[in-house]
Design a binder for this molecule. Structure first.
Ligand code: 3PG
Ligand code: MG
Length: 394
């Protein structure tokens, strides 16, 4: 795999696959720019070498071709500000305009192509479409870790049309940090798993049971465990078909000497809303008509203590419905503890998606070791899968 630092881009046109699939509000403003910020060093290294930059990405999941809502043109103003230059835009990713603008692009300049997913061929991994895209650049750089689990035209198939395939800084940092946690973790190693569903996390939990000292489980998925242990969980989230699995995971953790810690208490609510009535409850005795929406104060303190004593931390998934301010306390307490452990010299990797959003919204992004730009991609990589976007760089 060629790294960015091993390559001199002078006089070359670099076609870079980035993951600019970022959230936009109704005025098309970027509401979380973590993924864009992450790619700045890659783009600047190429410009500094004297290369020209052609950026390609998807945005959202458009179903029927070009759609205003999913146009990447909404990012141009934002990119102009970041790069202090006038970023060019081609209103198609292939075709006449893209070809001409790419051909005329000079050293140091940046061209952004329109959403790749406006073509069905992108997600199908169409070879002819990938070949057309490849004609725009001299060298392919893949920096889209967040989309590396997709075998799409621009993320994987395109590789075969380039002699030079370069791993971008984001991709490299993501792989290095995930490896560090999976292979060289300083102990104690604590994984914090949250979010709504066990089904999304089964494979990673099973793999982590061979590696971690502590496994903390919060969020909606914890209630299936309590139900499996014979508790009453009211109308909390339940994956009824995963009860046996939850029991098996508890048994496996015991067998492997992993301390699996479930929250002792919850903040429960009589409805799924920020304004619902709420109270604290023991997690095995949640009354009918009530649901757990956050871990409780005792659990928060217990989790925080384990986290603060850890040397390696992997966190994926919030502890509750943190979008509701009244049910965000557990997630905030965990985030504070992760920051403290990091300040004490520990290494903390925050998985993408909701936990990354939580950490960034709290302003803690710079106080943890690394916030991943990948949601599904990070999970699949940590499950041990070969990511098509990484394989294509070999
Ligand atoms: C993501 O945000 O998960 C990546 O950008 C990939 O997008 P996708 O899940 O729509 O393929
Ligand atoms: Mg996704």
């Amino acid at each position: 795999m060629i790294t960015l630092d091993q390559y001199n881009f002078a006089g070359k046109k670099a076609l870079i696959r980035v993951d600019f699939n970022v959230p936009l509000n109704s005025a098309y403003e970027v509401t979380d720019d973590t993924r864009i910020q992450a790619t700045i060093p890659t783009i600047n290294k190429i410009r500094k070498d004297g290369g020209a930059v052609i950026l390609m990405s998807h945005l959202g999941r458009p179903k029927d071709g070009p759609t205003e809502k999913y146009s990447l043109k909404h990012l141009v103003k934002y990119l102009n500000d970041i790069f202090q230059t006038s970023v060019q835009f081609a209103d198609d990713c292939i075709g006449e305009e893209a070809t001409q603008k790419a051909a005329a692009l000079k050293s140091g300049e940046i061209l952004l192509l329109e959403n790749l997913r406006f073509y069905k061929e992108e997600e199908k991994g169409d070879v002819a479409f990938a070949e057309k895209l490849s004609k725009l650049g001299d060298v392919w750089v893949n920096d889209a870790f967040g989309t590396a689990h997709r075998a799409h035209a621009s993320t994987a198939v395109i590789g075969q049309f380039f002699k030079d395939r370069v791993c971008g800084y984001v991709m490299q940092a993501e792989l290095d940090n995930a490896q560090k946690v999976l292979e060289n973790a300083a102990r104690p190693f604590t994984a914090i798993m949250g979010g709504a569903k066990i089904s999304d996390k089964i494979l990673i939990i099973e793999r982590l049971l061979d590696k971690v000292d502590n496994l903390l489980i919060g969020g909606g998925m914890a209630y299936t465990f309590f139900k499996a242990m014979g508790g009453s969980i009211g109308s909390s989230l339940l994956e009824a078909d995963k009860l046996d699995l939850a029991s098996e995971l508890i048994a496996k953790a015991k067998e492997k000497g992993v301390s699996l810690i479930l929250p002792t208490d919850s903040i429960i609510a009589d409805g799924f809303s920020n304004d619902a009535n709420s109270q604290i409850a023991d997690n095995k005795q949640i009354p009918d008509g009530w649901m757990g929406l956050d871990i409780g104060p005792d659990a928060s303190e217990e989790f925080a203590k384990v986290i603060e004593n850890s040397k390696t931390i992997l966190w994926n998934g919030p502890m509750g419905v943190f979008e509701f301010s009244n049910f965000a306390k557990g997630t905030i307490r965990v985030a504070e503890a992760v920051v403290k452990a990091t300040e004490n010299g520990g290494f903390s990797l925050i998985g993408g998606g909701d936990s990354a959003a939580a950490v960034n919204n709290l302003g803690f992004g710079d106080r943890v070791s690394y916030v991943s730009t990948g949601g599904g991609a990070l999970l699949e990589y940590m499950e041990g899968k070969v990511l098509p976007g990484v394989k294509a760089l070999d």
